[in-house]
Design a protein around this ligand. Sequence first.
Ligand code: FAD
Length: 408
Amino acid sequence: MAEFSFELDDDQKAVRDWIHGFAADVMRPAAAEWDEREETPWPIIQEAAKIGLYSLDFYAQQYFDPTGLGIPMTMEELFWGDAGIALSIVGTGLAAVGVLANGTEEQIGTWIPQMYGDPDDVKVAAFCSSEPDAGSDVGSMRTRAVYDEAKDEWVLNGTKTWATNGGIANVHVVVAVVDPEVGSKGHASFIIPPGTPGLSQGQKFKKHGIRASHTAEVVLDQVRVPGSCLLGGKEKLDERLARARERARTGGERLKNAAMATFEASRPAVGAMAVGTARAAYEVALDYAKTRQQFGRPIIDNQGVAFQLADMRTRIDAARLMVWRASWMAVTGKPFDSAEGSMSKLFASETAKEVTAQAVQILGGNGFTREYPVERMHRDAAIYTIFEGTSEIQRLVIARTLSGVQIR
Ligand SMILES: Cc1cc2nc3c(=O)[nH]c(=O)nc-3n(C[C@H](O)[C@H](O)[C@H](O)COP(=O)(O)OP(=O)(O)OC[C@H]3O[C@@H](n4cnc5c(N)ncnc54)[C@H](O)[C@@H]3O)c2cc1C
């Protein structure tokens, strides 16, 4: 039986400390500036690329860490540095994982390197699933992909929204409907190569938080891509559609949804981002409470403040443990019988919102100004309960998994 331990090994500690150094020395000093500019921090992505922190190799190494802790550890440190800049650094990973999960070896080898570019010419990628009328309700997706057999090309039309790096990406991965008769089973993912005519950026959103990360609509107008851009290939898609049509015709038993299993495995990473932001705000609040004097003593001398800090830290540690458990389950192939991946994302993201709000309160008037970073961290934390499935959707998934009832 494998030895049980909560301790990172020496290699993991070295990687964590290296990322922490980048987060503290490069990201933190630049965070307020890029938040105000509301632009992608290209020079910082480039610095990350130069030291190997923005590269396929680095993320692949962390992804395949046999303990499962490589990715959560990386996310926590980067998002401790700054959430907006960190999302600009890791946003490409969303698209890369989409290709890793569904693509052929050839597609993985061709497209993922183009998503990152190289240190002298860094690139980003975008994963485009959400639409104006299809956010939580992915089944309402309208973007259509139609196969033109004569030319062996797919033709895509539709509008995607909220895409991280949408329109500025070198490579876009777009989810589209190929068979509307079988609901979300009739969706497929496509690579849109650099410079493909018909793909354009729509509105760029001005946001409440994570403002250093670019979020925009992506418009697809008669976008033609070669057959080889269908992730997984046509044969696999045809087999999958045939099974889905047969089940729809016979009312056959629902197969365990592979997409749900993928979400259970990917959601802890978002939980780890939330832990990073929460920890950052907690640390600022703790330092402040020890130095700020009122009534002739540091404010931490008051139980009302000290107990808040105790609760903040307790919740952060509990969130991290849930994230680590789910990440370990994912890498060791344990079944998510209680939706532990969704649980970790739900708890960590709600923790980040709560803890950053408490940090603002502990800093009083200073917490409400942009002179102190907790104001930004509080705005940033609001994203975690929204993207990669809102808190309500996590509760829905957990409740359905626990009860076996299709709760609405
Ligand atoms: C900054 C940012 C970056 C993003 N990046 C990406 C990206 O890179 N790629 C991408 O594809 N998408 C991305 N998204 C989209 C994100 O995943 C969606 O915003 C999210 O899934 C919620 O969808 P929605 O905004 O349409 O909200 P809606 O689905 O309209 O939900 C609105 C509210 O209703 C609640 N609700 C909805 N249905 C139910 C239900 N059945 N039961 C209870 N409550 C319910 C929700 O929880 C929420 O509170 C991003 C979003 C943001 C804000």
